[in-house]
Design a protein around this ligand. Structure first.
Ligand code: GLN
Ligand code: ZN
Length: 759
């Protein structure tokens, strides 16, 4: 067996330095590029990555991960094993596989055929596609894609989502009997992996990486996870015909899943030592390669190499001198941008504090050199990283320890019933209709924003363009007969970046893209210092919108938890402190909206669930601070001001108490796709305030009929008091076009009218 490389990364950004990946697949989807051109472009991105990583110094055999994807890594392995929903059976080639076109079709849906569901990957903002497995799904290796990518250059290490994670992340296929779970098919899944491992071994691959983040999460009962881990790795470890296996447990500590891995025949085990400490029982790994994930794959701060090297030293002491240790990142670097060297526009001092993917490769290599040759070999680098940290801590804009002290009274409003009475003069009857905030971002809006940014459109002209847009969105809503209107959010590029650009303590990047799902990328802002509002942000737009209508205009803000979740947040103070700083800034904004005569303010928290810790023991603490900071942002107003919030998902059983704790007057949630499944948990907790379960799915271009919406509404009326029930879409409309939005909203208003008339 070849030894594991002394330095490696768990994965690298897949989008290309200039988002070549995005451009290639979108050109194909739009019919602007042929399949061949696209295939060649994707190969080009992979070659660029390999060349870059080799140039950065990942030159040992097996050090470069082959982890590219044409859409998503979970769908990659599922499709390789023939796990394709039966509704797409006709796309299969005679050997059962899909070509790239079929692969994209399942990922994106087609006509009436919905795509695979998409959901968040652990506690990150990356979304994976949820495979569908039934009792009869035929699971076998149908596609040699993994082998082809692993062998397109010498000495690559293929990276595959592991069998336990694949099984746990899958959902039962349509028609599966009650009580069936995909994990019931673990043996068949393992047979598929065995075929794949044999093929890799035959092709001469020395090491394979199986990513098993599900092993660190409490999303599933621990007994199930531990038992599955034991049987999976006993089976794979014992295979005669396979590459050496490296199992990586990212996003948290492996806990009781570690012993079964240690007892199996696999050769290397990776620990996330950023999120977890060295396990007490780490000595059970003696003899296997321990891959120490000491450089964070989740943040963009330069590491404290002194601390990281200390962890490696302790690991060395615990494992003994002869047990191999490799240095790595804690997770794939898919969560961070490519290269900080390209951020010429960033404040120069701030730039020295940062490490993007390429810089992190350097940190890993430095630590590996120190581990091999002793601390002296990297003393200079260690000293520099410590000096950078010290400079950062002393920076006046950072002011560590500047913890806002707020009295508890700042986090509480009058009781709900008092507020409801004070809000009666809003004149909203039963089943008020509204939208979630954004209206279609047309080409014209985007062009105006780009031109303004580039300096070719004056402030005054930009302002006028936005006002025209607001006026037309308000007029449309009047025409459609909605009850609570919005201004449409035309001026926002992104619901977090917009606020980041208007608050002190945040920086934004030029090339800092990370993949959100498929070809979709976002550019998270950097929360680096003390957060302060420079002045009113949304007040003028909202006031203008309100001036155009006699109906209530809903002010629209992004909540503190979501601002944190979708930014890179400073790691030198607790998240709760950063959240409170953001909340205080928002509190000022809410107060200014109220003063400007805005009676309804929505504070979106679509990411509330995303930050929920993977381990149950960490969840109450999170829920407590996140709820408290939302309340800090929203409780500075009079009882007569109606506070709304919006959450973007339907499976919120785990956080329903948190949602209740937010104490918003009205909460809108996604519900259409799951046909109002959320109503049950809502009833169970005895949620007594206003609630707007989405009645139409905005993720699809389909226009729902009046009857369809009416049916959903009637379901809702059956379990929620109609005086508390709101009528709204699942989410904002910014990704849709007016051709769909107008008729859909018209149908929604009509459906509400029918149900009101004849409850
Ligand atoms: N107000 C935002 C919008 O309508 C909410 C978006 C979201 O929940 N992600 O676009
Ligand atoms: Zn939403």
């Amino acid at each position: 067996m070849t030894t594991f490389p002394a330095a490696t990364i768990i994965g690298y950004p897949r989008i290309g330095r200039d988002r070549e990946f995005k451009k290639a697949v979108e050109a194909y989807w739009a019919g602007r590029a042929s399949l061949e051109e696209t295939t060649r472009a994707l190969a080009g991105v992979r070659a660029q990555t390999r060349d870059r990583l080799a140039a950065l110094g990942l030159t040992e055999p097996g050090a470069i991960p082959a982890d590219s994807t044409a859409y998503d890594q979970v769908w990659d392995i599922a499709s390789s094993l023939g796990i394709v929903p039966t509704r797409f059976d006709d796309l299969r080639l005679p050997d059962g596989s899909l070509d790239l076109t079929g692969y994209f079709t399942v990922a994106r849906g087609e006509g009436e055929r919905p795509p695979l569901e998409m959901t968040k990957w652990f506690d990150s903002n990356y979304h994976y596609l949820v495979p569908e497995i039934g009792p009869d799904t035929e699971i076998r290796l149908v596609d040699d894609r993994v082998v082809r990518l692993a062998t397109e250059a010498p000495d690559l290490r293929p990276v595959i989502v592991g069998p336990v994670t694949l099984a746990l992340l899958s959902k039962p296929a349509d028609g599966a009997p009650e009580g069936f779970a995909p994990i019931d098919r673990l043996d068949d899944i393992l047979a598929g992996y065995a075929e794949l491992l044999a093929a890799l071994s035959e092709a001469g691959v020395a090491w394979v990486q199986l990513d098993e983040p599900a092993l660190v999460a409490d999303t599933w009962p621990r007994e199930v996870v531990v038992a599955a881990t034991a049987s999976a790795y006993r089976a794979l470890g014992d295979l005669p015909d396979r590459p050496a296996i490296f199992v990586m447990g990212s996003y948290g500590p492996l806990g009781d899943a570690l012993p079964p891995l240690a007892a199996s025949g696999i050769e290397a085990i990776g620990l996330d030592l950023v999120r977890g400490e060295i396990p007490d029982d780490v000595d059970i790994l003696t003899g296997k390669t321990v891959v120490a994930g000491v450089i964070s794959g989740r943040n963009i701060w330069r590491a404290d190499l002194q601390e990281a090297f200390g962890i490696l030293g302790e690991l060395r002491a615990r494992l003994g001198d002869d047990s191999p240790i490799a240095v790595a990142t804690s997770t794939s670097l898919q969560h961070v941008p490519h290269d900080v060297a390209r951020e010429a526009g960033l404040y120069p001092e701030l730039r020295t504090w940062l490490a993007f993917a390429d810089q992190k490769v350097g940190e890993v290599l430095t630590l590996a050199r120190g581990l091999a040759a002793g601390r002296g070999a990297i003393a200079g680098e260690i000293a520099e990283s410590v000096a950078v940290r010290a400079r950062r801590a002393a920076h006046p804009g950072v002011r560590v320890g500047d913890v806002p002290v707020v009295p508890d009274a700042f986090r509480a409003r009058e009781p709900y019933l008092v507020r409801a009475a004070a809000q009666e003069d809003l004149g909203l009857g039963a089943l008020p209709t509204t939208s979630i905030g954004s209206f279609p971002q047309t080409g014209e809006i985007r062009r105006a924003r780009a031109a303004h940014r580039a300096g070719t459109l004056s402030d005054a002209a930009y302002d006028a363009a936005m006002r025209r847009e607001i006026a037309s969105v308000v007029a449309l809503q009047e025409r459609l007969g909605l009850d609570v209107l919005v201004h449409g959010e035309a001026e926002r590029n992104d619901m977090v970046q917009y606020f980041a650009e208007n608050l002190d303590g945040f920086a934004t990047t030029e090339h800092g893209w990370v993949q959100s799902y498929g070809s979709r990328c976002t550019r998270p802002s950097i929360l680096w210092g003390a957060v302060r509002r420079r002045g009113p942000i949304t007040v003028e737009w909202t006031r203008y919108a309100q001036s155009l209508t006699g109906k209530p205009m809903k002010g629209m803000l992004t909540g503190p938890v979501t601002i944190l979740a979708w930014s890179f947040v400073r790691d030198d103070q607790p998240l709760a402190v950063s959240a409170d700083q953001v909340a205080l800034a928002l509190r000022e904004e809410v107060a200014d909206l109220e003063t400007a005569g805005i009676r309804v303010v929505q504070v979106d928290e679509p990411a509330l669930r995303e930050l929920l810790p993977l381990r149950e023991e960490d969840q109450p603490g999170y829920i407590s601070w996140s709820v408290r900071s939302f309340r800090l942002a929203t409780s500075g107003v009079k009882p007569s001001t109606q506070i709304h919030t919006h959450l973007c998902y339907s499976e919120f059983n785990e956080i329903i108490d948190a949602v209740d704790g937010l104490d918003a007057d009205v909460t809108s949630i996604e519900a259409a796709r799951s046909r109002m499944e959320v109503l049950e948990p809502i009833r169970e907790v005895g949620f007594e305030r206003g609630i707007g379960p989405g009645v139409y799915d905005i993720h699809s271009p389909r226009v729902p009929s009046v009857e369809e919406i009416e049916a959903l509404l009637r379901l809702a009326v059956g379990s929620i008091d109609s005086r508390r029930l709101w009528v709204n879409p699942d989410c904002g409309l910014k990704t849709r076009g007016y051709a769909e939005v107008e008729p859909a909203l018209a149908n929604m208003v009509e459906a509400a009218r029918r149900v009101r008339q004849e409850p």
